[in-house]
Design a protein around this ligand. Structure first.
Ligand code: HEC
Ligand code: HEC
Length: 284
């Protein structure tokens, strides 16, 4: 059933005729979380395919939007709490917790998550929050790196990103070779893949605003990750989402944190420059 409807959706997208998928504008609404107004629309940076970048929140249904706006109702806040617990828990041979060195995350991690991915000179590649956590665990705690999508990895990433709630997303392309990774990410974004022969841009750029499988296509922004998804129902990390979108084209999925997905993360983060971090966002 699922495959059939996807193929159908792809057909509709490819037609892009007046008979194609139904279109609906993103809503005109304000997102206020904990009394802070989020930037859900902002002018796109130079060289961007859109004039305005739009948060995925604007494309969701009223109930989903309301759940994100209410921190008491947002199930993603449980991951924030869990992250705080891990932050304060000793692990590894050095007998330290994150808090042993970084103390109060609301101070030491404030706005940090909004500036990732960052260039890591030692690794000679960009890293995201998940990989920075692993760096601290292996280099500073004598603990093991987390397995991809381990519950602790997702919760701790959510906790750190949440300390940037409301802060505009930025990415410094002047660090190291970030520009080269941006270029590689851009190439990938526009490359058609899988049996359905679709690129990220076919869905999130050319078909933005259309409906596929009862899902309203957004610009595919990353500012809410990790996000709580009702359909899972669970927290979903960014590389999990990337992999899911790639799987839906029926292409082979690159590994999480592979060079391909890191390049995509650099480029797609840039496509959402200036949007507020919404972690944990709520999606369907
Ligand atoms: C022994 C001290 C120590 C412990 C324990 C430690 N860190 Fe760190 N952490 C550092 C140092 C030093 C840096 C800066 C250098 C670097 O980037 O590695 C850092 C950097 C970071 C950064 C990047 C900050 C920035 O400005 O970009 C994050 C995020 C972070 N740590 C998270 C964690 C988390 C989460 C834990 C627990 C799993 C943890 N750290 C445990 C010492 C520590
Ligand atoms: C077949 C169409 C399709 C393709 C191709 C596709 N996606 Fe998606 N993607 C979706 C749908 C549907 C959703 C959920 C609704 C939405 O937010 O657009 C989604 C959601 C997302 C989200 C989450 C947005 C949010 O606000 O939570 C990101 C990020 C994303 N996609 C990135 C990508 C990237 C990167 C690629 C290329 C590797 C890609 N997508 C390819 C259909 C697609």
């Amino acid at each position: 059933m699922r495959r059939l409807s996807l193929a159908l959706a792809a057909g509709l997208l490819a037609m892009s005729s007046p008979l194609g998928a139904a279109f609906a504008d993103p809503v005109d609404d304000k997102l206020i979380i904990d009394d802070k107004e989020m930037i859900t629309r902002t002018k796109a940076p130079e060289g961007h395919p859109f004039e305005e970048v739009l948060s995925g929140w604007l494309f969701r249904e009223a109930e989903t939007r309301a759940t994100e706006a209410d921190s008491f109702a947002n199930p993603g806040m449980l991951a924030v709490e869990r992250g705080q617990e891990i932050w304060n828990t000793v692990d590894g041979t050095a007998g330290k917790s994150c808090a042993s060195c970084h103390e109060d995350a609301s101070v030491s991690m404030k706005d940090i998550g909004a500036r990732y991915p960052k260039w890591d000179a030692k690794a000679n590649k960009p890293i995201n929050i998940e990989l920075q956590i692993d760096k601290c665990r292996t280099e500073n705690m004598g603990a093991e790196a987390y397995k991809f999508d381990a519950e602790e990895q997702v919760a701790l990433t959510t906790y750190i990103k949440h300390q940037s709630l409301g802060t505009p997303v930025s990415v410094d392309l002047k660090q190291g070779e970030m520009q080269t990774w941006w270029n590689k990410g851009k190439d990938l974004y526009y490359t058609r893949m899988g049996q359905l022969n679709l690129s990220c841009s076919n869905c999130h750029e050319n078909s933005m605003g259309k409906f596929i499988r009862a899902d309203h296509l957004s610009q595919g922004q990353v500012n809410g990750f990790p996000t709580y998804r009702f359909s899972a129902p669970a927290m979903v990390s960014l590389h999990n989402r990337f992999r899911g979108c790639i799987r839906d084209t029926r292409a082979e999925m690159p590994k999480a944190f592979s060079d391909d997905l890191m390049a995509l993360e650099v480029y797609v983060t840039w496509r959402g420059l200036g949007l507020s971090v919404e972690t944990p966002a709520v999606r369907q």
